[in-house]
Design a protein around this ligand. Structure first.
Ligand code: NAG
Ligand code: NAG
Ligand code: NAG
Ligand code: NAG
Length: 385
């Protein structure tokens, strides 16, 4: 046998093996034949092997196959398909999925999630809906408003909604988020990801107040202009990601709130503030002063920057350099002022003396006279000699 033949035989063997593994894969339904079903070992998730159903880039246009999920499924990966609408009961009327802990439905072009789409998900701890196109509210179609969309996730701990919503829904979205959190009873929610959703303002500053167990809040890469939501109501809060937003300043009240939250939690509070357009002004100096003494852990605080415009040109300055340079300049200015004042004082005194020279002379004249006389006498005496 020549080398090529051996290689061919080898490849054949390998492909047979792959086919054999596929046929004994744990997907009991032919609807799931494009997916991988079986136990895998993933240390970052669980110590024991975990039963996974993995339908990645399988090109599905509906969710019929999800009604056939094996009962032992612990982790469902269903990504890269094309499912504009998640209909009611995607797992079927009488699904028993007590072991299901993770649902990952990233990148499926989901636009609408029907009210009862998720049912029988009482033990799911992590729901991932990243990179979809969800509209949760649309005024001209009341079907789109489903504040109870997550209400069956009694035990959910992590909700991943990074870039999950359709563009240009920021106002509505921010409004609806509050309704969702109020209505969905997410009492165990620990981690909430809302990055990249163009969020600006929340209609209600208590938007996150109905999440009593929230520890970690991710709001990076949005357009939030200030601390425009209440953080004091979240008793367990310990991490807020606000990087890449549109924050120009924090008020003293905001900074006090951060301190208060930090004091409350045994882990303190960690903040991400990178890449915000802080303005180089007194507020930012105040922020810098706070940074130097607060117990709040602010990530990358040495590289934070502020923005200023001078003569029509935009400048970005390191926060520390800005705050300390200003400080140094102030003390230099004080020194100069002090010297100038001293000169002014001396001149004034000199002028005073000059103007009142007659009075001064009168006061001093007896002395002058004595001296003059003495000199005079001495003169005479010496003449006598
Ligand atoms: C799921 O399948 C995709 C494509 O086959 C693969 O890239 C990915 O690593 C799988 N995920 C897990 C957790 O096994
Ligand atoms: C998201 O929805 C908008 C309008 O509904 C559409 O124009 C856009 O192409 C969609 N994007 C994706 C990735 O499906
Ligand atoms: C919310 O969930 C808790 C347990 O997680 C439950 O005791 C309570 O009754 C629920 N409330 C509502 C209004 O569903
Ligand atoms: C960021 O804030 C400025 C005002 O400080 C505003 O003019 C601008 O439109 C905001 N940008 C976004 C994307 O919201």
């Amino acid at each position: 046998m020549c080398f090529e033949q051996k290689l061919l035989l080898g490849l054949l063997l390998v492909s047979n093996l792959v086919a054999a593994i596929a046929s004994v894969n744990g997907c009991t339904s032919h609807l799931l034949k494009e997916c991988f079903c079986g136990k895998i070992y993933k240390a970052s998730i669980k110590k024991e092997p975990i039963f996974i159903v993995n339908c990645t880039d399988t090109g599905f246009h509906n969710t019929n196959m999800l009604e056939e999920l094996p009962e032992e499924t612990e982790w469902l990966i269903f990504t890269g398909n094309h499912i504009p609408v998640l209909d009611s009961n995607i797992f079927g009327e009488d699904a028993i999925l007590n072991k299901l802990e993770i649902i990952d439905m990233t990148n499926n072009g989901i636009r609408d999630i029907k009210g009862k789409a998720f049912h029988r998900v009482m033990n799911v701890k992590r729901l991932i809906l990243n990179h979809n196109n969800i509209s949760i509210s649309e005024n001209d179609d009341s079907n789109f408003h489903h504040p109870r969309v997550f209400s069956n996730f009694y035990n959910i701990e992590e909700l991943h909604l990074t870039n999950a919503f359709a563009d240009n829904t920021d106002a509505q979205l921010a409004e609806d988020l509050h309704d969702i959190f109020v209505s969905s009873n997410l009492t165990k929610l620990y981690k909430l990801h809302l990055e990249q959703n163009e969020i600006k303002n929340f209609k209600d500053e208590a938007v996150f107040c109905d999440l009593p167990n929230l520890h970690d809040l991710y709001l990076g890469t949005n357009n939030i202009p200030s601390l425009n939501f209440n953080i004091n109501c979240m008793k367990r809060l310990r991490y807020i990601d606000l990087e890449q937003n549109n924050i120009t300043k924090f008020t003293q009240k905001d900074l006090d709130s951060f301190d208060k939250v930090a004091e409350r939690h045994e882990d303190g509070l960690t903040l991400e503030l990178d890449d915000n357009p802080f303005r180089c002004d007194t507020a930012v100096k105040n922020l810098y002063g706070w940074l130097t003494k607060t117990k709040v852990v602010v990530k990358n605080k040495l590289t934070l920057s502020c923005h200023s415009t001078r003569y029509g040109r935009k400048y970005i300055m390191n926060l520390q350099n800005f705050a300390e340079a200003k400080h140094a300049r102030v003390s230099k200015a004080l020194t100069v002022l002090l010297i100038v004042l001293t000169f002014v004082l001396i001149s004034l005194f000199a002028a005073f003396v000059y103007l009142r020279k007659d009075a001064v002379k009168n006061k001093l004249s007896p002395l002058f006279d004595t001296i003059t006389r003495k000199v005079h006498y001495t003169h005479i005496e010496s003449q006598d000699v």
